[in-house]
Ligand binder design. Structure first.
Ligand SMILES: Nc1nc2c(ncn2[C@@H]2O[C@H](COP(=O)(O)OP(=O)(O)OP(=O)(O)O)[C@@H](O)[C@H]2O)c(=O)[nH]1
Ligand SMILES: [Mg+2]
Ligand SMILES: [Zn+2]
Length: 355
């Protein structure tokens, strides 16, 4: 196996990070457990830790390696253990904002080509939640695929209606309806899995992500659970993220179900996920329109004449509001940073004067 089979393509080569660190080896993070890592190169998969220098330079949560990252590492003890020295820039990423006012993100995974946004056909199906996931995926430069699982639980008419609702909301990504119980649609899932590409499974707890992964692997390697049997602490069945290489060479990352997506701070993601609204916004006659009460607003008239659904319009406004709020606190943070920068500068001047 070569690095390119693990997804190391021209984009990473062009970063030329490895040239700055001759003697180090390129490897990909396949699992993270607190401060230990599993990393994989063309040869094998070994435990690794971060170098002291790396940890020293960390400024925020997102600087730490996550599953999917490419790193440079020094191997020891006849290649049985490694120290991570440097991380490659991320081609794509999945992250969510941590709770609280501070702008801080939690990395979910990186360098993913396609994200399966998974919902089950029962009560889990929800367009608003789908939109939130789409924002997160689009923001991270990842191509979304909507996976409707447990199709065995509903009639074909009901299934068609759900897909129709998704399309009516102007969501244009690929949709696959499938069932782990009857294998309906499983071939369609297999068809999108290309060797050398990285996929991830996203969605609420209990929608069948791990069941699907086991199917694709061909054995019950990972634990699944009925929702009824979930432990009393309400913990998810899948507890950690891990990058698995399938027989055909595609890579897939299973993630624990997310109860909350975190708040949105993602203009790019919103604009891509609501592209039909973006067109209306650009055509709105007021540049500073709030699109909530202005007479002649393009969005409001689209809602009025039925071109744009009320739900989708509300959903858009809500996400924009949330994003604006978060951007605001980001600016505030930047202001503080600048003040701090000035403080450092004047302190340095002072030191120089006294020398
Ligand atoms: N009827 C039906 N049940 C399914 C299907 N796929 C999975 N299940 C069941 O749904 C339950 C939850 O499946 P998991 O695969 O553990 O769900 P998960 O998405 O990995 O959940 P977390 O790991 O907690 O995020 C299990 O009891 C599965 O047997 C399906 O296609 N149809
Ligand atoms: Mg799971
Ligand atoms: Zn407007």
């Amino acid at each position: 196996m070569e690095l390119k089979d693990l997804g190391f393509d021209k984009w990473f080569l062009d970063q030329k990070i490895d040239l700055q660190y001759p003697g180090l080896n390129i490897a990909r993070i396949t699992a993270v457990d607190r401060d230990s890592y599993l990393i994989r190169n063309g040869k094998n998969e070994v435990f690794a830790e971060l170098s002291g220098r790396f940890t020293f330079h960390v400024e925020s949560n997102t600087d730490f390696p996550c599953v999917g990252d490419w790193v440079l590492a020094q191997y020891y003890d006849s290649d049985s253990f490694a120290i991570i020295q440097e991380i490659f820039p991320r081609k794509s990423f999945l992250r969510r904002k941590s709770a609280g006012k501070k702008i801080d993100y939690q990395m979910i995974a990186s360098n993913i080509d396609f994200a399966f946004i998974v919902q089950s056909c029962d009560s889990n199906f929800n367009l608003r939640r789908l939109e939130r996931y789409l924002v997160m995926v689009n923001e991270g430069n990842i191509e979304p695929i909507f996976l409707l699982t447990k199709a065995d639980l509903v009639s074909l008419e009901k299934l068609d209606k759900m897909i129709f609702e998704v399309r009516r909301s102007n969501i244009n990504c690929k949709i696959i309806a499938m069932s782990n119980n009857t294998n309906f649609g499983l071939d369609q899932v297999r068809q999108v899995l290309e060797p050398g590409k990285t996929y991830c499974l996203l969605g609420s707890s209990g929608v069948g992500k791990t069941t699907l992964l086991n199917k694709l692997i061909g054995q019950d390697l990972f634990k699944t659970n009925t929702i009824r049997n979930k432990d009393s602490k309400g913990r998810h069945t899948t507890a950690r993220r891990q990058l698995i290489i399938l027989k055909n060479g595609a890579m897939i990352i299973d993630t624990p179900g997310m109860r909350e997506l975190g708040t949105i701070n993602a203009d790019k993601g919103i604009n891509e996920s609501f592209s039909e609204i973006q067109v209306l916004v650009e055509n709105c006659r007021f540049t500073d329109c709030t699109h909530t009460q202005e007479t002649g607003c393009a969005l409001l008239s689209a809602v009025k004449n039925g071109e744009l659904s009320e739900e989708r319009y509300q959903s858009y406004l809500k996400l924009i509001k949330e994003s604006e709020y978060n951007n605001m606190s980001y600016v505030e943070k930047r202001k503080k940073d600048r003040k701090f920068g000035k403080f450092i500068k004047s302190a340095m001047k002072q030191i120089k004067k006294n020398e």
